[in-house]
Write a protein that binds this ligand. Structure first.
Ligand SMILES: Nc1ncnc2c1ncn2[C@@H]1O[C@H](COP(=O)(O)OP(=O)(O)OP(=O)(O)O)[C@@H](O)[C@H]1O
Ligand SMILES: [Mg+2]
Length: 466
């Protein structure tokens, strides 16, 4: 059982929402600070301009008293701005001349105004914070006094709250949009992957007609392509396996039928005594064929296994090929095929398994002899470089096309192509040759021979001198 994991869509959506939330938080903080600074300075600046206006009006008053004209204070009242007048003697009065509460304007501020300086302050008055803007009166009957405007900070900065609220709504909307976009994007990303997982599951349950349309980003589309390739590779390899089993059963049945027929004839006593020896020879040949096929199959099956036996020894390839040549030159002579040998005069030593090497030479020679007509050559050749020893079996038979050479070592590939066209065996030999060469640390290649037929080349790593 797999542990339950969070889906890609949920994760991507979470990550994008988180990123958006962080961005929104930073943007909110920064713009909050900016809004605060802006409203603070506009609130204060407006009050400054009203103070300038009020002092100009007081200076031009024709009443002979130090006061702010009623129309100015009426104008400022709805804005919650209190207007106070500092008389030249230091008393603080309201716009209409009434004495204001003590402490509304600090003595330091009164002194500053008397000295002809502007006052710009924030004061705590009766539990609330106030902006204080004072201007000295420099001409007219009030000269030596001043005008002071007071406005509650919260009133001056009322705009801050409403802007802040709108900002918050905008940021929240941004967050929602980011989260939704993340979710949509994640769904789009996850869908093709879910398709791919479904396809892989169908493959594992045996379906082979699995085809995915590559969609989504390049990496996800690559998964679909890979699964399509896997599906066709599985279908091809299973097809080959079926064909191989069919051909093997066929090859087993032929000698078995012969063996059974002759055995029945012997047990029924229908074989005349003079023919018993010949019948025995046929039985022997057929059972040898069976034995060889079964042992080839076993070798092929075991090639991939760890316990496949290889007995490595110092082998002289020249001696090995000379010994094989004794047998094969004989067999060639019997079929009228010309046998040739190309070996160097000095030994070519490799660290390898002589029995397996001989198995390779015999397999290749068997094939060559089967297809080479009388009068044409078969050549065994050995050559060597300091790093590599090369063993070749060449023939003057019908040869192989370049495409044949590409698949020559795939189990039963050529056998399938040439069954019914040329004489064939069971389709195991070349796969076994390539597998053995690989297990011995070398490789096998197929090509054309200078004799006009096929050339099979086995390259083996050289024993390191010294
Ligand atoms: N030297 C060659 N020239 C032309 N065709 C060849 C040659 N060697 C092999 N082939 C073709 O390749 C096929 C496969 O060879 P392979 O040795 O794998 O199987 P086989 O000889 O048919 O059977 P087995 O070796 O198992 O008895 C042969 O049937 C033959 O058609
Ligand atoms: Mg063969």
């Amino acid at each position: 059982m797999h542990e339950r994991r969070t889906g890609l869509a949920t994760r991507v959506a979470l990550v994008t929402t988180l990123a958006a939330a962080v961005a929104v938080l930073i943007a909110g903080l920064l713009s909050g600070l900016l809004v605060r600074a802006a409203t603070q300075s506009t609130g204060r600046n407006t009050l400054k301009q009203y103070a300038n206006l009020a002092v100009a009006a007081a200076e031009s008053a024709k009443t002979g008293r130090t006061e702010v004209p009623a129309r100015i204070s009426t104008l400022l009242r709805p804005l919650n701005i209190r207007v106070l007048v500092v008389q030249p003697d230091g008393r603080v009065t309201g716009p209409a001349g009434a004495v204001a509460a003590t402490g509304t304007v600090k003595s330091g501020e009164i002194a500053a105004l008397a000295a002809g300086r502007n006052v710009s302050d924030t004061s705590k008055i009766g539990g609330g914070n106030y902006y204080v803007e004072g201007r000295p009166i420099t001409s007219g009957p009030g000269a030596g006094g001043g005008i002071v405007l007071l406005q509650k900070v919260t009133v001056a900065r009322a705009a801050e709250r409403s802007i802040g609220l709108r900002l918050l709504v905008a940021l929240a909307a941004g967050l929602v949009v980011a989260a939704l976009t993340g979710l949509l994007l994640a769904r789009r990303l996850a869908r093709p992957l879910q398709h791919a997982a479904g396809a892989a599951r169908r493959l594992s349950t045996g379906a082979r007609d699995v085809r995915l349309v590559p969609e989504g980003p390049a990496e996800v589309a690559a998964v679909a392509d890979a699964l399509n390739a896997l599906s066709s590779a599985l279908a091809t390899s299973e097809g080959r396996q079926r064909e191989f089993l069919l051909s093997i059963s066929h090859e087993l049945r032929t000698p078995l039928t012969a063996v059974k027929g002759y055995a029945e004839a012997l047990s029924d006593g229908v074989v005349p005594p003079a023919a018993v020896e010949a019948t025995g020879q046929i039985l022997l040949a057929e059972s040898s064929r069976l034995e060889r096929l079964v042992s080839d199959l076993l070798d092929l099956a075991r090639l991939g296994a760890q316990d496949f036996r290889i007995d490595v020894a110092s082998v002289d390839l020249v001696t090995l090929v000379n010994q094989a040549a004794l047998v094969w030159s004989d067999r060639c002579a019997r079929e009228g095929v010309l046998f040739g040998l190309e070996v160097p005069s000095t030994p070519v030593i490799v660290q390898s398994d002589p029995t397996r090497l001989r198995q390779i030479v015999d397999g290749l020679a068997e094939n060559a002899l089967r297809v080479t007509p009388a009068g044409r050559p078969i050549v065994f050749a050995v050559s060597a470089s300091p790093y590599e020893a090369v063993l070749q079996v060449r023939d003057g038979g019908p040869g192989l096309t370049p495409d044949d050479c590409r698949v020559a070592f795939d189990r039963s590939a050529l056998y399938d192509r040439y069954r019914g066209v040329r004489r064939v065996g069971t389709g195991v030999g070349l796969a076994l040759v390539a597998g053995l060469a690989g297990r011995l640390g070398g490789r096998a290649a197929a090509g054309r021979s200078p004799e006009g037929g096929a050339a099979f080349t086995i390259s083996l790593p050289r024993a390191i001198p010294g």
